[in-house]
Design a protein around this ligand. Structure first.
Ligand code: GLA
Length: 670
């Protein structure tokens, strides 16, 4: 009898345990909340949507992601263990990705894979999760940047007790909130205080002003050679003598009038404030066309963005014929002049259209035979290209390294088709890296118009140290941005080293903005959370970075428009002193950036890179170079907050996770 009872009890226990222990596969959870450096989380696929494959072995189940990647899972002590295999996906070819997989339990590292390279066999992981409440699956880059880091967690599963699923989460708020006050109906002029032009170059300046239309413009002290259209506020003409011309811009409507001083500096330097405008790449990718560019130009005006100073309409890659396109006629004529592809039948007509709106037009090429997207580049035809741009009326050139690494020793077998469209060889070497940019820089200077010259070679050879020597006005400091927190964060953290080199006419380009509807040809709403977008725009403002909107301007929603039309945030970016803000203090995940402004005030961005909200009483003002009585103005809300004696008092701060508080400190002399 006793034995029988024991048998029943043990049967019950085994039965209970058997029932209570469940296998939960990682791919059954909501992976959509994960953050990753590029692309969408793959459920049972790689990040590119292909079968999960590591070192030749195909796996049916798992999570295909891209470094920097993080997935948070609530366990509440209900999971016993986690097992998986990890590795880099074979879908990457001809590149050298490297990653490290990590597992964190309640913010402590439980396991790490060590550096994993492409072709390494899938590495097993098994961690005990007893007592753990929160798990984080992380993929970090393996020390050589997060490029091509397609990382797979395969056969990944939990053994749980008492639950048959687990909840994933993202702690960053998704709530959109509007801070910028609506522009008033009374006229307000929003231009920078300074504008550079070279003698004899066509002058084009649209007075950016908000307020009810119709509006009448006038200018006091307009120098000879320039004329104003009083209805549109567009100033055109030519200055033939170097000099500084101080003018006063005036605007009037039925609600009132206003004026603002503008210093026109006619000399060697142009782009005295960072370029502001739109670029086709982040929304249309290779699917750009003349029609889409016209629509963008119209939308820049119609949406009111042009009234806040946004003025360039830049065509990125793919206005040229592609090496693979079926309809590639002749890419160049018999004299070597480039023939735009069939989607751009009349480049001069397009530039005229853009100019009629008082806007400027930009274009894109590569010093190599092919652009990054495989279209005709300028190699061997630099002179013809510079002349074409000038003849069409182009105002801006983005010149992108792409295939130049394949021709640093000349064109192999005289055959451009032997060169691949991406090759970074020689880019960091000063002798080979500078040469093609100097060649185009000199040619652009020879043209009878101002063409702002933007170098795009991702920061190789510390471009910020020599960009000015090749007559460039701006240069990309990092690789391509994408609409993820990991991307914005890594680009933001890479800016300080270049900061001392920024000055009027020389800007560090942190890449285009990723707010609004982006997608590189596959449109979707920016994956950045609202607070991350505030942080992104605030940092690009304080970095004095060129501001190039990367979204579809026809699909601007209120939140995005609000982010892009805050004149006080823009004014910090466009400040005439031309200094770049830098991080002067780090407190945990809080980074405090400070930018000196022309009027002696300081812009301060309290940025929170952490996942927890920061609330504090801040009093380290001496570390920011701030002392005495200050008026503190909230730039996003355009409102004075408080008068504070920064030497003796503290400031209470509440900074959202992945968010920002953006203030201006104005010395109070009264
Ligand atoms: C590179 C640049 C991008 C874009 C593409 C076009 O990747 O960095 O900004 O211009 O080329 O192919």
């Amino acid at each position: 009898m006793y034995r029988f009872k024991l048998f029943i009890i043990s049967l019950l226990i085994t039965g209970f345990c058997f029932k209570a222990q469940t296998v939960v596969w990682l791919d059954q959870l909501d992976l959509g909340v994960s953050t990753q450096g590029h692309g969408k989380p793959g459920i049972n696929t790689s990040v590119d949507g292909k079968p999960l494959t590591i070192a030749g072995e195909i796996f049916k189940r798992g999570f295909g992601t891209h470094a920097e990647s993080s997935l948070l899972i609530k366990l509440d002590g209900k999971a016993k263990n986690f097992t998986a295999l990890v590795g880099l996906d074979d879908e990457i070819k001809d590149q050298t990705p490297a990653v490290e997989f990590e597992i964190l339990g309640d913010n402590k590292k439980l396991w790490s894979s060590g550096i994993i390279h492409l072709g390494d066999k899938a590495k097993p992981v098994s961690v005990s999760l007893e007592g753990i409440n929160q798990l984080e699956l992380v993929v970090t880059d393996g020390g050589n940047g997060p490029y091509y880091d397609h990382a797979d967690w395969v056969n990944a599963k939990f053994e749980t007790t008492g639950v048959n699923t687990l909840k994933t989460f993202n702690p960053i708020s998704s709530e959109e909130y509007i801070l910028t006050p609506k522009a008033s109906s009374v006229p307000k002029i929003n231009s920078a205080k300074v504008f550079g032009v070279r003698p004899e170059s066509p002058f084009l300046f649209r007075i950016p002003a908000t307020g009810d239309r119709p509006m009448t413009f006038s200018v006091k002290g307009l120098p000879k050679g320039l004329r104003l259209d009083p209805k549109t506020g567009i100033i055109t003409g030519k200055l033939n003598k170097k000099g500084i011309y101080d003018v006063e811009l005036l605007a009037q409507n039925t609600k009132g009038k206003t004026s603002k001083k503008l210093k026109i500096v006619c000399g060697d330097k142009i782009a005295l404030t960072p370029t502001m405008g739109w670029n086709s790449w982040n929304c249309f990718g290779l699917e750009v066309s003349s029609e889409k560019v016209k629509i963008a130009a119209d939308a820049l005006v119609k949406s009111g963005l042009a009234d806040h100073g946004w003025s360039y309409i830049n065509i990125d890659d793919s206005w040229q014929y592609n090496r693979d396109s079926k309809d590639k006629a002749k890419m160049r004529d018999e004299k070597g002049f480039i023939i735009p592809n069939s989607k751009f039948p009349d480049m001069k007509g397009l530039a005229d259209y853009v100019h009629q709106n008082g806007l400027k037009m930009g274009i894109y090429s590569s010093p190599g035979p092919w652009t990054c997207g495989g279209c005709a580049g300028s190699y061997g035809y630099e002179k013809q290209d510079a002349e074409s741009y000038s003849g069409w009326g182009i105002d801006y050139l983005k010149y992108d390294w792409c295939s130049y690494g394949g021709v640093i020793d000349g064109l192999p077998d005289n055959d451009p088709f032997k060169v691949s469209s991406l090759n970074f060889q020689g880019g960091s070497d000063l002798k080979t890296g500078i040469k093609p940019f100097k060649l185009m820089g000199d040619l652009l200077r020879d043209q009878p118009r101002d063409i702002v010259y933007n170098l795009c070679q991702y920061g190789m050879g510390d471009v910020w140290k020599w960009g000015d020597e090749v007559d460039a006005q701006s240069w990309r400091t990092t690789n391509d941005i994408t609409d993820t927190w990991a991307s914005v964060k890594s680009i933001a953290l890479a800016q300080d080293k270049a900061a001392p080199f920024a000055k009027p006419g020389n800007w560090n380009d942190a890449d285009m903005l990723v707010v609004g509807e982006v997608g590189w040809g596959n449109p979707h709403k920016s994956r950045l959370k609202p607070d991350e977008q505030y942080l992104h725009i605030s940092l690009w403002s304080i970095f004095s970075a060129p501001l190039l909107i990367g979204c579809d301007l026809e699909k601007l929603d209120d939140f995005t428009l609000n982010l892009l039309t805050n004149d006080e945030v823009i004014a910090v970016n466009q400040d005439a002193l031309g200094k770049q803000g830098m991080c002067l203090q780090t407190i945990g995940e809080l980074r405090i950036y400070v930018k000196e402004l022309e009027d002696g005030s300081k812009a301060v961005a309290f940025t929170n890179f952490g996942r927890e909200k920061v609330s504090m009483n801040y009093k380290d003002f001496s570390k920011l170079g701030i002392a005495g009585e200050q008026i503190i103005r909230d730039l996003w809300r355009q409102k004075d907050l408080v008068k504070l004696n920064t030497t003796s008092e503290s400031l209470s701060l509440d900074i959202p996770a992945h968010g920002v508080v953006y203030y201006k400190f104005i010395q109070n002399y009264l």
